[in-house]
Ligand binder design. Structure first.
Ligand code: DCT
Ligand code: MG
Length: 403
């Protein structure tokens, strides 16, 4: 694996990566040695675009990882997620076991799956998971907004297996979030498109600017990384200068409520304490004020094939809107760069940034800041570039963070 902080190594890595930017047409023996010699185990030291040559493998790994997540086996889950992330980075399709020789993040379980896919075209272990009763039920349950592994476990033990069964069971005690999850289920499971994200961006920017004309509104998450589809739309909002407005979020959602655009909203107040060290928990969320919403996005003409057929009336009413999951996060201006880096993701990229910071730099990174444990100071940053520089990492553009 790449050694941290040695400029010679990172230069060499870049030369290797540049050589490997397009699918290779080199003699067999050169393919692996070009790319496998100096690949970092940290995805934050790799450039991963959306151009995935190994989807066949990475889809399989993600199913395995999800199954382990449902079983709350974090170690195995991460093993498959890291392998998926690594294969997404490779600039060529893996066709022989030799292609992965010397690469990091390939454990025995992963190797077995790769071998079977190369030889048989598919993995029997993945097929087993896809046919597994528990996996199938958890997959359905967790597709409902507000339902996680713990709730799924409970419902599974009660003998429930499908979303239809959940919907029919009137005895289930549902949270406000889950009720909204069932109410808008079909819209929420169908992904959000880039066009829908653009339309929502306009709404968010317009509404925010009526209250704070100078506020900065930035789309983050998958869309900032260039994805054409997402499961939600994530926004960061900050107000340059010293002025903070704890009421902004409330004003924004109140206006949407008045306009009839707000289908669901849960505001989480900020829990940030100034003196507090960055969190050491690897996957901890942040303490920013935020709100998880479901917005009603009108889209005339787009969806006139689907009807709301009400039993009470013979009139079939055209549904000209779609429910969309939107997250808004408010950050103090000084923490904006850190929040942007964290909320841009990918999850795997963020996880590795934090792991790299702590294991290679004795620093603690989270969405609020970066703490140098040796110098015992917080490192200020006004841009993502500065954060990478503090960590001694080469800058990775948002569209190269699709690990
Ligand atoms: N994030 C985080 N900690 C969490 C959850 C999210 O730091 N517990 C960051 C990482 C990614 C980013 O926020 C957005 O999260 P998602 O919307 O879940 O991911 P996405 O990459 O936008 O994917 P999708 O397209 O499915 O929305
Ligand atoms: Mg998202």
């Amino acid at each position: 694996c790449m050694e941290a902080g040695r400029p010679v190594d990172s230069e060499m890595k870049y030369r290797l990566m540049e050589q490997c930017q397009s699918p290779l047409n080199t003699p067999e023996s050169e393919v692996p040695s070009c790319i496998t010699r100096k690949v970092s185990q940290y995805s934050c030291q790799r450039k991963t675009t959306l151009n995935n040559y190994n989807k066949k493998f990475t889809d399989a790994f993600e199913i395995m990882a999800e199954n382990y997540e449902f079983k709350e086996n974090e170690i195995f889950c991460l093993e498959f997620l890291r392998a998926a992330s690594l294969l997404k980075y490779l600039p060529f399709p893996v066709t022989r076991m030799k292609d992965i020789q010397g690469l990091p993040c390939i454990g025995d379980q992963v190797r077995d799956v790769i071998e079977e896919i190369i030889e048989e075209g598919e993995s029997s272990r993945v097929k087993e998971v896809l046919n597994d009763e528990r996996y199938k039920a958890f997959k359905q349950f967790t597709s409902v907004f507000g339902v996680g592994v713990k709730t799924s476990e409970k419902w599974y033990r009660m003998g429930l297996r499908t979303v239809e069964e959940l919907k029919a069971d009137k005895t289930l005690k549902l949270s406000k979030m889950q009720k909204a999850g069932f109410l808008y289920y079909e819209d929420l499971v169908s992904c959000v498109s880039k066009a829908e994200a653009d339309a929502v961006t306009l709404i968010v920017k317009n509404t925010v600017s009526t209250f704070l004309p100078d506020a900065l509104v930035t789309i983050t998450g998958g869309f900032r990384r260039g994805k054409k589809m997402g499961h939600d739309i994530d926004f960061l909002i900050t107000n340059p200068g010293p002025r903070e407005d704890d009421e902004l979020l409330h004003k924004v959602v109140d206006l949407w409520k008045k306009q009839g655009l707000l289908l669901y909203c849960d505001i989480i107040e900020s829990t940030f304490v100034e003196e507090q060290l960055p969190s050491r928990k690897v996957d901890a969320m942040d303490n920013f004020q935020k709100c998880f919403t479901i917005l009603k996005l009108y889209q005339p003409g787009v969806d006139n094939s689907s009807y709301n057929t009400s039993k009470k009336s013979d009139m079939a009413e055209i549904k000209d809107w779609k429910a969309i999951r939107v997250d808004l996060v408010i950050t103090p201006f000084e923490q904006y760069a850190y929040a942007l880096l964290g909320w841009t993701g990918s999850r795997e990229f963020g996880r590795d940034l934090r792991r790299y910071a702590s294991h290679e730099r004795k620093m603690i990174l989270d969405n609020h800041g970066l703490y140098d444990r040796r110098k015992r100071i917080f490192l200020k940053a006004g841009s993502e570039e500065e954060i990478f520089a503090h960590l001694g990492l080469d800058y990775v553009e948002p569209w190269e963070r699709n690990a």
